[in-house]
Design a protein around this ligand. Structure first.
Ligand SMILES: Nc1ncnc2c1ncn2[C@@H]1O[C@H](COP(=O)(O)OP(=O)(O)OP(=O)(O)O)[C@@H](O)[C@H]1O
Ligand SMILES: [Mg+2]
Length: 271
């Protein structure tokens, strides 16, 4: 690794005040994480451990309660055109057609109308939605909406892509083909990608490092470097893939067990 990290989190915590609850709620606590320029980092962790919270912080949609988050060495102060985000729940503009949704980021960047339309069609094709460009979000299925959101963020071509379980709602074939496309785009463009997933296989297949988070309050428990001698053939079926999968599975199982023990304690103290 050379130079400064693309994204750096130093002792980042996020505490929420929850309506009707006396105690403030610590979602993540003391997160340290470096994401290198051009790296594909996947992030896994138990449900509710603070993954989406972490992504929102990097996106600049919320601010940290403690610690700092740097982008190219400078503190993040809000959202920016340098970062594209695909949310866990499809966030499309309901009043715009699929194509017009994809064009949105290009308008913000001042891309001329013709180029915009061409790019939008290309990315609509890429996510397998040829023929659905004129539909409004409510006229699309959940998985289709998510694909429009993915196309929108790719067309927008940001330096940093922040993706929150983008493929979770898709069928296996569509998911695999979008995984391939994303890897291809990543290899060609040197984007920095932070990708949250519940799928251990997906984390190992896509990530060059996999950050495993603890249960709430989330911290980074371990970062697993994924390195295959060759990616030819059926990577997922190889022994090496199995070893990574098992290692991450074990880390996560321990975290889920810890979270459940914690819950029992809380329930016990109230009961
Ligand atoms: N705006 C908010 N106000 C209060 N609590 C919040 C808020 N946003 C998130 N939380 C809490 O913070 C914790 C972490 O939430 P977050 O959405 O980051 O988890 P996650 O790891 O993305 O989970 P999942 O895998 O289920 O998507 C949860 O317990 C959640 O209830
Ligand atoms: Mg989440």
């Amino acid at each position: 690794m050379s130079g400064q990290p693309k994204i750096a989190l130093r002792g980042v915590s996020k505490v929420f005040d929850v309506r009707g609850e006396g105690e403030p709620f610590t979602a993540i606590h003391g997160v340290d994480l470096d994401v290198r320029e051009g790296e594909f980092l996947t992030l896994v962790g138990p449900s509710g451990c603070g993954k989406s919270t972490l992504l929102d912080l990097i996106a600049g949609l919320t601010t940290a309660t403690a610690g700092e988050i740097l982008l190219d060495g400078a503190p993040i102060t809000g959202p920016g055109l340098d970062r594209g985000i695909v949310f866990q729940q499809y966030a499309l503009f309901p009043w715009r057609t699929a194509l017009a949704n994809i064009e949105f980021g290009l308008e913000a960047k001042g891309v001329p109308r013709r180029e915009r339309a061409e790019a939008a069609r290309r990315y609509l094709d890429l996510v397998g939605l040829n023929g659905f460009g004129g539909r409004y979000p409510h006229e699309l299925s959940g998985g289709m909406r998510q694909r429009v959101a993915i196309a929108r963020s790719l067309a927008f071509d940001p330096d940093v892509l922040l993706m929150d379980e983008p493929f979770a709602a898709l069928d296996a074939q569509t998911r695999e083909s979008l995984q391939e496309e994303l890897l291809r785009i990543w290899e060609q463009t040197n984007k920095t990608i932070v990708f949250i997933t519940h799928g251990i296989d997906e984390a190992v297949y896509l990530g060059r490092r996999v950050a495993v988070m603890t249960s709430r309050p989330g911290r980074v428990k371990e970062i697993v470097t994924v390195d295959f001698a060759s990616r030819e053939g059926d990577l997922r079926a190889g022994p090496r893939f199995g070893e990574y999968r098992h290692h991450i599975w074990t880390l996560l199982r321990d975290e889920v067990a810890a979270a459940q023990a914690d819950e029992r304690k809380v329930v016990g103290s109230h009961g």
